[in-house]
Design a binder for this molecule. Structure first.
Ligand code: GLU
Length: 441
């Protein structure tokens, strides 16, 4: 069975970059009728926070990316311990005691000599006595996995044939001195034991993949299919890493972005296919094809989400929004008309409250000098409310008759006087919603 997973570390809110990973894994599983696991990578007890676990779940649920099961790495430490024991027994695991400063110095020396800064495996030559002495002096060392120095190759679902020379990579540290299991080992054990068949993640993990393939093979597991998507950049190709904090799903949601707008964009951004606005998940799943994605960095512009959001809202029925409309204080008898009038004139649902404020309090009139007399005359002809759908037609006919104005010269000054704007919804619909007309004085 096709099994994928989304594996965030609960050390912060998830952002558009994470969403891309989550969505691709979700769509692959759903398209194949398989299983999608939410895996919480929480082996770091200092940085992992329960509130972020909850936030990640809430964000995924908001988007409709439902998972089939949740796994937590903190519940599986015994599994990692068992795998570590296996690697030790095989002679593929060794303890090393260099301090970060020492490692740094080694790297600098290598770079000065024009060599790649790869760990020199000095720890492998330690005698038992030396190891004991170092342990007594410095405490437990880190545990490194001994790579086989050969080319590590795989067919990447996005990058195509990929090959990395293991000799150009340092033996990865899998356990810290304080005993904490690091992601590389935990992830491999989970992927193997949970039967993960496809791993999609960002291209910053390509080197990890090379080392993980060797660890999986050493542990006797099945190597999943890997695909590494490109990283997102800003609209000008600038790095997004610093700005990702402001592109959290939380903030996008608060800004009024609609889930399907976000998903529709993310399911196609960076692929050879155009972005198509989808309104249901089944269409999104159907239209997804990972082989259409390219390796080049993908430009993401948050502003692209708003026209898509507006298009979704233009189609939305009154029933679907009536609670939100009630929440901003629109009385029941005006609510449906309010939605009909505003839905084509909003970008997000957040815009509704400004519209209601305008209808409720009345807009500051905009009256050009040459229209002052005309507007005053027109206002005198405006009957007392409440108004209905006929009032505007009847009133403007009377104004036309009295002043001789017609067309734009008649309608535009009245629109500006009533709404303070030169464009907007049909005035016949607007007038019955106006609870206060400042221009009337
Ligand atoms: N917790 C890892 C991360 O957030 C997961 C990477 C992976 O998908 O293997 O980068």
């Amino acid at each position: 069975m096709t099994t994928t997973r989304f594996a965030p570390s609960p050390t912060g809110y998830i952002h558009v970059g994470n969403l891309r990973t989550a969505l691709m894994n979700f769509l692959i599983a759903r398209k194949a009728g398989g299983q999608f696991i939410l895996r919480i990578d929480d082996t770091d007890p200092d940085r992992s926070k329960e509130e972020y676990v909850d936030a990640i779940k809430a964000d995924l649920e908001w988007l409709g990316l439902h998972w089939d099961k949740v796994e937590r790495q903190s519940d599986r430490l015994d599994r990692y311990e068992a795998a570590a024991g296996k690697l030790r027994d095989m002679g593929r695991f060794y303890e090393a005691f260099e301090t970060p400063t020492e490692l740094d110095l080694k790297r600098k020396k290598q770079l000065n000599m024009g060599k790649p800064p790869v760990y020199d495996r000095a720890a492998l030559t330690l005698s038992d006595e030396e190891r004991e002495a170092l342990r007594a002096e410095r405490g437990n060392g880190v545990w490194r996995f001994k790579l086989e120095h050969e080319r590590i190759e795989w067919e990447d679902g996005i990058l195509g044939h990929t090959s990395i020379d293991a000799a150009s990579v340092s033996d990865p540290v899998l356990i810290r001195g304080d005993g904490q299991f690091l992601y590389t080992l935990a992830s491999v054990v989970d992927d193997t034991e949970m039967g993960v068949t496809h791993v999609v993640r960002g291209s910053d993990h390509v080197t990890n993949t090379a080392t993980q393939i060797q660890i999986i093979q050493a542990l006797g597991g099945n190597v999943p299919s890997f695909a590494h998507h490109s990283l997102l950049t800003g609209p000008q190709g600038e790095s997004l890493s610093k700005r990702l904090g402001t592109l959290s799903l939380r903030d996008l949601r608060a800004s009024g972005v609609e889930p399907m707008a976000l998903l529709s964009l993310m399911a196609r951004l960076g692929s050879a296919d155009p972005v198509e606005l989808r309104t249901d998940m089944a269409e999104l799943i159907e239209g997804f094809d990972i082989t259409r994605f390219g390796a080049a960095p993908t430009k993401f512009d948050v502003n692209d989400l708003y026209p898509l959001t507006a298009r979704i809202l233009h189609e939305r029925s009154f029933d679907e929004v009536k609670d939100q409309i009630a929440d901003i204080g629109v009385p029941d008898d005006l609510a449906e008309r309010f939605w009909t009038v505003t839905r084509e004139n909003i970008t997000t649902l957040n815009d509704l409250s400004a519209w209601w404020e305008m209808f409720h309090d009345g807009a500051e009139p905009v009256i050009d000098d040459e229209d002052e007399e005309f507007v005053a005359e027109a206002m005198a002809l405006l009957p007392e409310g409440p108004y209905d759908g006929e009032t505007w037609g009847q009133w403007t006919a009377a104004v036309k008759e009295a002043t001789g104005r017609k067309g734009r010269g008649l309608f535009m000054p009245l629109r500006k006087a009533l709404t303070g704007q030169s464009h907007g919804p049909d005035m016949a619909q607007v007038l019955p919603l106006l609870q206060n007309i400042k221009a009337k004085g």
